[in-house]
Design a protein around this ligand. Sequence first.
Ligand SMILES: Cc1ncc(COP(=O)(O)O)c(C=O)c1O
Length: 463
Amino acid sequence: MTTEASTDTTLTTDAKLKAIIAEQEEIFVRRQPKSQRLAEQAKQYLAGGVTSSWQITVPQPVWLSRGRGSKVWDVDGNEYVDLHGGYGAALAGHAHPAIAKAITDQAQNGTHFAQPTPDAVTVAHELARRFGLPSWRFANSGTEATMDAVHLMRSITGRDLIIKIEGCYHGHHDSVQVSVAPEEEDAGPREKPNSAPSSSGIPKAITDLTLIATFNDLDSVARLLDEHQGQIAGMILEPVMMNAGIIKPEPGYLANLKDLLHDHGALLTFDEVKTGLTVGPGGATQLFGVQPDIVCLAKSLGGGVPCGAIGGTAEVMGAIADGRYEQVGTFNGNPLTMAAARATLTQVLTMDAYSRFDHLGRLMMDGALEALQAAGLSAYCRRFGAKGCLVFNHEPVRDYREFLEIDNAPSHLHWLVQHNNGVFLPPWGKSEQWTLSAQHDLADAERFVTNVQRFALLAAGAR
Ligand SMILES: Cc1ncc(COP(=O)(O)O)c(C=O)c1O
């Protein structure tokens, strides 16, 4: 279910806000001396002192020791309501008894064969039911899933070019590491965005094969299809943009996009690595009633174990079945992953879980906006199922360029205040969103709202 609401007064940021942020960062570090020591020691053996560059958070990485239910604990013993959810993968919550049992049972019977096990059929069958796409394959991450999707679109059409949306992240393979979060000076003109490499190490020859369109703008796609007649294999996008806060598709956008691409012999891939299973039982595909040619899943599908999946139409997946495209991987369909995914889908992500997401998410949204409005701060909330975020802007944005305009400082302060008061949200300020789990409860939602009240008081003091 999609909901939004907003407050309508303006938040101002200045030196006072910076001083409040510095104070909160000091509190943050003071509460976590062991994390600080580990962060220092880790630099000796781990590049940058972490295991993925996204774990480098300001003012310092948070080192966790355990998780149970809706909570995680850091190495200093501080408890947090976990709304970070391992970047959205912990939709089942932590150490869920059904998933723990499935993993333990499988671990006692072997964790890897590189041969299919019966759970793979159960998982694929359940995904087919939820997403309405008949055929599935597995991988080990979202990156692998979107890489397979891009390869498949090229394999089936015999074309090399793809279209992606400016500001969308689809993993770290070459074809999609383009215009992920470009600064204004790299992004190019709004009406003709550049294909800007998102990291060093991405060959220009590959970057040039990825053309950039604007979210919610069909004309930007039509223009590329016309300019490159018969050369575009397909387009990949998040049906709800989730790495730029949350940006929803405008009515008719997804359906018209599909028609437009098909009219030009190109395919449509929904990257539902974040949205799939979180925004509803059958992801955005089911929510908006638009079936793409390919869906990519990962994150929450594995119930906390690494996973990835692609689902597709009979035509698309036929290219795998008949060997035109070799979709391979030693750990694809790993028995531990399949056991965890089976338990996640059949025992945890039930209709009750989706009612819970909606109920708690609504309480969080209403409580937060009430507090922000009372303090005279400008913000709106976007919410889809287990996902939601507060955006500190006077009006909802509809694409990446508008998102770029939003000041990051209020979001960073909000993150710090939540963290210092026992709620773990994903870092990276305005870009990320919360993920509820099947194990969150009313007290968790209330702790979040109380912290928004704390934030509102602090931020209002900066005006
Ligand atoms: C929309 C989207 N697609 C793909 C990925 C890549 O997934 P992974 O980190 O599992 O490779 C991510 C990761 O955050 C994502 O948000």
